[in-house]
Design a protein around this ligand. Sequence first.
Ligand SMILES: [Fe+2]
Ligand SMILES: [Fe+2]
Length: 256
Amino acid sequence: MTIVVAHVSDTHFGGPPDARRRAEAVLDHLLALDPAPDVLLVSGDVADHGLPEEYAEARAVLDRWPGPRLVGTGNHDVREPFARGLLDVELAPGPLVQVLEAADFRILMLDSLVPARDGTRIDHGELSADQLAWLDEQLGSDDRPVLLSLHHPPADLGLGLMAPILLKDPEPLELVVMQHSHVVATLVGHAHTACATTFAGRPLLVGGGCASTVPLDAEPYPVVWEAGPPTLAFHLLHDDGRLTTHWRALPWGGEA
Ligand SMILES: [Fe+2]
Ligand SMILES: [Fe+2]
């Protein structure tokens, strides 16, 4: 049976004026699907400023999804209000790693958020040695197919805006993934575009951008194209272990 993961990223609640309306449109689309996707994955930048009220708004929208969901942090998120607002947990300082268990597969979610320093948001991503050890242990203890997720792409995507704020030092992550052939793909956000490349010899798939789109440098759009359509991805994990990704741009008004 094919497993379908609906992958939404970068909702940025509290950011662009239409952020909530865009997220609602994405949920409307997902809730109209028959049959429903198996899982909703949200790969970070849920809130724009990491404020409790932004997470309350996000919760109100995401709670419309009745099925399993896994929501990770991004550079715009703040761990404590994120954990309290979306996961109902009081969080000890430190990365928020998560596992979504299903009968035939797992999603392992890393936390590449670097907390703000002196009140200034840090936009690149980092993974601690502890997280990598956790990932290696998780992968070594179970051979079900794994979709690995984190916010920051661990490889260059050819976007000038993103190049300085990718995952810093991706080689240790690459080494871990290379040692485990049951990692099917790495699913990320942050780049606000529907695109695919490779990492550790596996697909590296960006889930699109809900709040806005980051176009190619060469395209005649703003660097952050706020009028661009909300995009999302559907990852289909087939019985034979292959993954097919379909990206969808939802109808959206407005001009660049
Ligand atoms: Fe973002
Ligand atoms: Fe981001």
